[in-house]
Write a protein that binds this ligand. Structure first.
Ligand code: G4P
Length: 296
């Protein structure tokens, strides 16, 4: 299955990201805990050079707990500050705040040595589409969070949310673009819903999902829908349609609906927690070398 992403989006996203990153001290990067490698864009290392970083493995409620722990350990060994989270839960606040305060202290010490007066630590949330950026900002900042006035240099419409006297967060998240050169990674990103529906054929994608589940998570389809899960994807989707009563007028099976139902169930975790990208399967955090080896 061929998955494309318009280059226009990337150029625009890159320009916008560079403008915003200039204004912040700390980048809060959100990745998907089910895809800790391919839901990150390694170009952030270049764009965000010299900035403090926190990585949140979000949607951890949908990923396999033991796998997430392995990923967190591996990424921490690389020197990253990592937390796993469910951005819809406000508990994420405390853990991220303590990491932010660590970054603040570091900067204060640096500034003290240089004799610079401290201003609040400014941060922004970045990540690929649908990873939970807005949800995180809402959970973190809440409705009650005070918005600061317009700041020179910030694009109109963007504001700083004051988290405390010394911590500020840009209220608009930065959009990272998914890299889709690796076919398997592109498929995983489409499966979790990163790539917009207009670009990906849902029926085709649901067939890929059946193949993926049969191979990697045998038993989950049978358990969820009470069906025999062996067979071609088309047969499996027909069985789901029959079991779930997905029928068109006249009684034919509504395959569009069963495909949509399967995708939806998978994305909201109704088929159980799953980590698509296993730690150690491929080096964590996007090693270019490994990608070339695979491509070649
Ligand atoms: P974005 O700004 O990065 O594009 O993502 P956004 O916050 O809009 O979140 C995308 C979807 O993911 C939302 O679902 C949101 O509720 C859900 N979400 C965010 N964080 C988590 C998490 O930690 N766990 C789970 N399970 N879900 C999370 P939605 O409003 O239903 O949107 P849709 O994807 O169904 O259209």
């Amino acid at each position: 299955m061929d998955i494309q992403w318009y280059p226009g989006h990337m150029t625009k996203a890159l320009r916008k990201m560079q403008e915003s990153i200039r204004l912040v001290d700390l980048i809060i990067e959100l990745a998907d805990a089910r895809l800790p490698k391919s839901s990150r864009n390694p170009q952030l290392d270049q764009i965000g050079q010299g900035k403090s970083r926190i990585l949140i493995l979000n949607k951890a409620d949908l990923a396999d707990e033991a796998e997430t722990k392995k990923w967190v350990d591996a990424l921490q060994k690389e020197g990253l500050h990592v937390v796993c989270a469910d951005a819809r839960n406000t508990k994420v606040k405390e853990r991220v705040r303590s990491l932010m305060e660590g970054a603040l202290k570091e900067r204060e010490e640096k500034n003290k040595r240089k004799g610079i007066l401290n201003r609040p630590l400014r941060s922004m949330v970045v990540g690929i589409p649908n990873v939970g950026k807005s949800t995180f900002i809402n959970a973190y900042a809440g409705r009650s969070a005070a918005k600061t006035g317009n700041t020179p240099g910030v694009t109109r419409g963007e504001q700083w949310i004051s988290l405390s006297k010394s911590l500020e967060l840009l209220d608009t998240p930065g959009l990272l673009w998914p890299k889709l050169e690796d076919k398997r990674e592109a498929l995983y990103l489409a499966l979790v819903g990163t790539i917009r529906r207009e670009v990906v054929d849902n029926r085709e994608l649901s067939k890929e999902l059946v193949l993926f589940l049969q191979e990697r998570f045998a038993g989950r389809l049978g358990e969820r829908y009470g069906i025999e899960e062996a067979g071609t994807p088309e047969e499996v989707l027909e069985r789901i349609a029959e079991k779930k009563g997905c029928l068109l007028k006249g009684g034919a099976l509504d395959m569009e609906r069963s495909a949509g139902m399967l995708m939806e169930d998978f994305r909201k975790g109704a088929l159980g927690r799953m980590t698509l990208e296993l730690c150690g399967e491929k080096g964590p955090a996007g090693s270019e070398k490994e990608e070339h080896e695979e491509d070649g």
